[in-house]
Design a binder for this molecule. Structure first.
Ligand code: FAD
Ligand code: FES
Length: 511
C-alpha cells in the first residue's frame, strides 16, 4: 500500500524529549533519522515503533494503547509494542521497532532494531501436519497461509484458487482502485514472489470440485487430486445475479473479483450514466467511486432508506443525503424489472438510460463444496469455536463460516474483510495443533467519499438506538442495544470510542 512520503513531523526523537512529556499509557509521534516514530510509555518502559499502520498507513498515535499493544484507529489492526508484530488483521506486516535510551530524565530514540522475532505461542499439541491445503485465495485463505509461515510451519502448503488473480485487497475494488485513485499495484496483497519465497504452492485457475474426507483429498476440475492432512475451506461468497430479462448483457456487471473490477473500469471509461442496483455497502461504494470518475449515477433499490436494516433510519438518511450532495440520484422503493439494451425499466414504470449497470444486491456463501463433502450446513458452514467443521481436520473461515460468537451469544455468519482474515489466522493456528477459540468481535468499515463508517459488534435486531454526537456533522457514535445491552456500535470519526467499544465487548465476552 501507500508508502510514507510525508515529511517528518513532531519532535526529533534522536535529540530526545523529556520523560515528563510522555505520561504513562500515552503516545507521542515524532521522527528519527527521517522516519516517523511512535513513542509509547508503559510505566517505566518506553517503546518506539513505526508511527503508521502497515495496512493503509493509519496514524497509530490516534489509536488506542491496550496492555502492551497499540490498535490502529482506522480499521482496528493491532501491533505488539515489544516486537512490532501485527497481532490482529487487517495489518499483516509488522511495524518497525527502535531501541530507546533513557538518560537524565530524557528519552532518546537510537538505532532501528532488526525486526524482532514474533513471540512464540507455546508448543502445539501433537505432531505438525505434513500437508495443509487451503481452498480459496481470498481474505481468509491468504491470512491463513501467511500465518502458517509466520508460525514457522515447515510442511507443505497448497493454496487453490479458481480466480486468475493472486490474493487481492478486495475492499479496494469498490473504493480507491475503482475510483481511479489507486494504481493497480496496490491491489495484490503481496507481490508474486511472496508465494515462491515462502514455499506456498499457489495454484490459480484451480477449481476444486470435490472433497473426499475419507481419503483426505480434494479433487480439481482438471482431474487431479491434492492430498491433505488439514484442510481449510475459504471459498467466500458470490454476488447474487438478477434473473430479470436483459441481465446477461455485457454492460450489466457484478463486482467481486479483480477481473470484474477491470471490466467495470473499462466500461466506465466511456459511460456517461450508470445505474446501480442496490443501496447497501457495495452498491453505494460503487456509486461513490464512479462519481469520482464524473459519471452520472442513479441508484435503484427496493428499500425506503439505504442501509437502514443494518445502520438504522438516522444513519440511512445521512448516507442518502451524503450521496445526494455528491450528485447521486436515488430511486428508492423501486426495482429494475428489465434491461433492454441501454434502457432499464423500473417497476414504477419509468425508464433509465444506462451505459453501465452495476448489480450490488447481496452475496451468497459458496457452500457447494462443503455440501458435497457432507459438512453440516446452516445458511453457511457450521463451525465450532475453533473454526473446525463437523468433519475433524476440515476447517472453514470467512464469508462461508457460521460460528458461535461469544459476545452476542449467537451463531452468526458475516461478510466482513477483517473477520475473514482473523478467522483465517485462527484456523491456521488450530490446523497446527493450537487450541485458539475465535473470540474477535466482528468489525467492518465502509467508505463513502471521504467519510468512513466503522462498525463493531453484530446487531441483527435491536430495540433501542442511542446517538452520541451529531450524524450530520460527521461526528457520532450510535449504539444498537437489545434489552439495554449494547450489541453493536457504528461511528463516524469517533475512532478511539469505536476501539474502546471493541475492547469492552471482547473483555465482556471473555468473562
Ligand atoms: C468490492 C467489495 C468491497 C468490499 N469492501 C469491504 C469493506 O470495505 N469492508 C469489509 O469489511 N468487507 C468488505 N467486503 C467484503 C470482504 O471482501 C469479504 O468479506 C471477504 O473477502 C471474505 O473473505 P473470504 O476469504 O471468505 O472470501 P473471498 O475473499 O471472496 O475469497 C474466496 C476465494 O475462494 C475462491 N474459490 C471459491 N470457490 C472455489 C473453488 N471451488 N475452488 C477454488 N477456489 C475457489 C475464490 O476464487 C476466492 O479466491 C467487500 C467485498 C467486495 C466484493
Ligand atoms: S490503516 Fe490501520 S487497520 Fe487499516
Amino acid at each position: 500500500m501507500a508508502q510514507d512520503q510525508s515529511k517528518p513531523s513532531g519532535p526529533d526523537l534522536v535529540q530526545g524529549i523529556a520523560l515528563a512529556e510522555l505520561q504513562d499509557g500515552r503516545m507521542l509521534a515524532g521522527h528519527a533519522a527521517g522516519e516517523q516514530v511512535l513513542l509509547v510509555r508503559l510505566g517505566t518502559e518506553v517503546f518506539a515503533v513505526g508511527a503508521h499502520c502497515t495496512h493503509y498507513h493509519g496514524p497509530l498515535v490516534d489509536g488506542l494503547v491496550v496492555g502492551d499493544t497499540v490498535h490502529c484507529p482506522w480499521h482496528h489492526a493491532c501491533f505488539d509494542l515489544h516486537t512490532g508484530e501485527a497481532l490482529h488483521a487487517p495489518a499483516l506486516s509488522p511495524v518497525a521497532c527502535w531501541s530507546v535510551e533513557q538518560r537524565d530524565s530524557k528519552i532518546f530514540v537510537r538505532d532501528k532494531r532488526a525486526q524482532p522475532e514474533a513471540k512464540l505461542r507455546g508448543k502445539p499439541a501433537g505432531a505438525a501436519p505434513e500437508k495443509i491445503v487451503v481452498v480459496g485465495g481470498g481474505a481468509a485463505g491468504f491470512a491463513a497461509v501467511e500465518m502458517l509461515r509466520r508460525e514457522q510451519y515447515q510442511g507443505s502448503i497448497v493454496m487453490l484458487s479458481n480466480d486468475d488473480a493472486a490474493p487481492i485487497d478486495r475492499p479496494n475494488l469498490s473504493k480507491d482502485y475503482l475510483a481511479g485513485n489507486a494504481p493497480e499495484d496496490w491491489v495484490p496483497l503481496r507481490p508474486e514472489s511472496f508465494y515462491s519465497e515462502n514455499g506456498i504452492d499457489l495454484r490459480l485457475k484451480a477449481s476444486v470440485t470435490g472433497i473426499n474426507a475419507r481419503s483426505r483429498q480434494v479433487a480439481l476440475a482438471n482431474g487431479s487430486n491434492v492430498p491433505y492432512d488439514r484442510l481449510l475451506l475459504a471459498t467466500g461468497a458470490e454476488p447474487v445475479r438478477l434473473s430479470i430479462p436483459g441481465a446477461d448483457q455485457p454492460h450489466v456487471r457484478t463486482l467481486r473479483s479483480l477481473a470484474d473490477c477491470r471490466a467495470i473500469i473499462e466500461l466506465a471509461k466511456t459511460a456517461r450514466r450508470t445505474v446501480v442496483l442496490g443501496a447497501s455497502f457495495i452498491g453505494l461504494e460503487v456509486a461513490a467511486a464512479l462519481r469520482a470518475r464524473d459519471i452520472e449515477i442513479h441508484v435503484v433499490a427496493p428499500e425506503k432508506r439505504p442501509m437502514e436494516r443494518i445502520l438504522g433510519p438516522q444513519m440511512g438518511d445521512f448516507v442518502r443525503a451524503l450521496h445526494e450532495e455528491h450528485g447521486v440520484v436515488f430511486h428508492l422503493e423501486d426495482m429494475v424489472v428489465a434491461i433492454d439494451g441501454r434502457r432499464a425499466t423500473l417497476k414504477s414504470g419509468g425508464v433509465l438510460e444506462a451505459d453501465l449497470v452495476v448489480v450490488g444486491v447481496g452475496v451468497r456463501p459458496r457452500v457447494a463444496l462443503a455440501e458435497q463433502a457432507g459438512l453440516t450446513l446452516d445458511r453457511g458452514v457450521v463451525v465450532n469455536p475453533f473454526l473446525e467443521t463437523s468433519i475433524a481436520g476440515i476447517y472453514a473461515a470467512g464469508d462461508i463460516a457460521r460460528w458461535p460468537d461469544p459476545y452476542s451469544g449467537e451463531i452468526i455468519r458475516v461478510e466482513h474483510w477483517v473477520v475473514a482474515e482473523r478467522q483465517g489466522q485462527t484456523a491456521a493456528l488450530n490446523m497446527l495443533g493450537h487450541s485458539e477459540q475465535f473470540t474477535a468481535v466482528p468489525f467492518f468499515w465502509s467508505q463513502h467519499y471521504d467519510i468512513p463508517i466503522n462498525y463493531v459488534g453484530h446487531a441483527e435486531k435491536w430495540d433501542e438506538l442511542s446517538i452520541d454526537g451529531d450524524i450530520a456533522a460527521k461526528d457520532c457514535l450510535l449504539r444498537y442495544k437489545r434489552d439495554g445491552r449494547v450489541l453493536a456500535v457504528a461511528s463516524i470519526f469517533r475512532d478511539v470510542e469505536s476501539l474502546q467499544a471493541e475492547v469492552m465487548m471482547e473483555r465482556d465476552a471473555a468473562t
